[in-house]
Design a protein around this ligand. Structure first.
Ligand SMILES: Cc1ncc(COP(=O)(O)O)c(C=O)c1O
Length: 453
């Protein structure tokens, strides 16, 4: 907004300056234009952010429905507001679809994001001062586990699992010793750099011995679990799974809780953790879009999840063949949607991610185990949910690796790589694995058809 004219007349706003004629219409037009530019940019880019995905047309449509304008606190049939009959029916359908997809007895779709879902679990199953097992941020955990994140907000104390950097997962033997010695009340399994399934089965007897509950943060891998292509934490003994609904599960930006427990007390606590614990209204338009996304996942998710993982493995192999230090090479790089590449010899995570973005390849710098300073991540994290969603396969993963190689090893120009990235993307700009497949993935929906005036 820096190029908007400033007004110091002292009128308008809350006792502030009145806008000059047309100024606010120009602000609206400017926002629209920036979002259009952004959409066009992503249409010609190669987006490899592991936590991002694209929404199907039927789900997207519901985001701008009248549900957006309404309130419905509480559970279906027990609302605090009138006018919720259709909202209740949609939410009941959404809950049914969630329970069916994840084969579980409990679902709650009121948390409005993955972090809020984590807060709901902490509110429900831990008290301030409790010890809660988790992984370290440097080993790939989400900021929810940090003192400056959800753990700190709830006042719980982290007990860190031991990490095996070669296998990029928890070191089971040493972690069992830690758990026996410290006896946390709750054990969180889940990562933002999530390459391999967590050894929950192996740790389960220890959790049972010490009376700790298992909690899985599936924000990243929810779609892979739903598609039957990853671990299945509710069958491995976790009482609750929290997650975002917009990463490997290609739904709206929202959160979810899923549970398998015979204890009605736990269910009640999780529900009251979600509301009134950490939400008031729960963004009903997103909830409706989620219902669509869950139905689409039931129909198309198995194939999509399998192809997402196959693409991540293909990208890992193609980069490794071109001299990149892809982590866990001897384990096939990954069993998820994500790979991690140590790019110290390519200038470090920050520089590599910036150069790639300038050339139309969108990634993020990432801390890797063994990094000396959190301020200078040694790696980049790459994910295949979005490129798979628009139909790319192993052949395109090799092309992407060639672009990495050209830019970061062979000194080819940013402009040339950006042009080739756009050429590659040109045939992959429509949605797959959903109803309405073939719709434009990056379309800007102009509802009014003219600029404001
Ligand atoms: C493991 C994990 N948990 C929770 C979250 C938070 O999800 P949200 O962005 O939906 O709040 C993330 C986000 O990337 C994550 O990686």
């Amino acid at each position: 907004m820096s190029n908007l004219p400033s007004d110091s007349s002292g009128k308008g706003g809350v006792g502030g300056p009145a806008p000059a004629a047309g100024e606010m219409a120009r602000a609206v037009a400017q926002v629209r234009e920036l979002v259009r530019v952004h959409s066009a940019r992503f249409e010609r880019s190669i987006p490899l952010i592991a936590s991002e995905n694209l929404l199907s047309p039927y789900a997207k449509e519901l985001l701008i429905s009248d549900f957006h304008s309404r309130y419905a606190e509480g559970l279906p049939g027990e609302r605090y507001y009138e006018g919720n009959e259709q909202v209740d029916q949609v939410e009941n359908l959404c809950l049914d679809l969630a329970r069916r997809l994840f084969r579980c007895s409990f679902a709650d779709v009121r948390p409005i994001s993955g972090t809020v879902a984590n807060l709901a679990v902490l509110k429900a199953l831990a008290e301030p001062g409790d010890l809660v097992g988790t992984s370290r941020l440097a080993d790939g955990a989400h900021i929810s586990s940090a003192a400056f994140g959800a753990f700190g907000l709830r006042g719980v104390k982290p007990v860190y699992y031991a990490w095996d950097p070669e296998r990029m997962t928890i070191d089971v033997g040493r972690t069992k010793e830690i758990l026996r010695a410290v006896r946390p009340k709750l054990c969180l399994f889940g990562l933002s750099l999530f390459l391999f399934p967590m050894p929950i089965d192996e740790l389960r007897p220890t959790l049972e011995d010490i009376g700790a509950r298992g909690w899985f943060d599936g924000a990243h891998v929810l779609g892979l679990i739903a598609g039957g292509q990853f671990q299945d934490p509710l069958r491995e003994g976790c009482v609750v799974v929290s997650g975002s609904t917009h990463k490997t599960l290609p739904g709206p930006q929202h959160g979810i809780l899923l549970g398998e427990t015979n204890d009605p007390e736990v269910t009640k606590k999780l529900q009251s953790g979600a509301f009134p614990g950490v939400t008031s209204n729960h963004h009903l338009n997103e909830m409706a879009a989620l219902a669509v996304s869950l139905a689409e996942q039931i129909e198309f998710g198995r194939d999509y999840a399998a192809k997402t993982i196959a693409n991540a493995q293909a990208l890992g192999a193609a980069l490794h063949e071109r001299g990149f230090d892809v982590l866990a090479a001897d384990l096939g790089f990954t069993r998820s949607h994500t790979i991690a590449v140590r790019v110290e010899k390519e200038g470090g995570g920050e520089s590599a991610a910036r150069r790639l973005a300038d050339a139309g390849i969108i990634t993020n710098k990432n801390l890797l185990p063994g990094d000396k300073s959190p301020k200078h991540p040694g790696g980049v994290r790459l994910g295949t949910p979005e490129v798979t969603r628009v139909g790319m396969g192993p052949r395109e993963m090799v092309r992407i690796a060639e672009l990495f190689d050209g830019l970061l090893h062979r000194g080819r120009s940013t402009e040339d790589i950006a042009r080739e990235a756009a050429e590659l993307k040109h045939d992959f700009t429509t949605l797959r694995y959903c109803f309405g497949a073939g719709e434009a993935a990056y379309r800007y929906y102009d509802l009014v058809g003219r600029e404001p005036s």
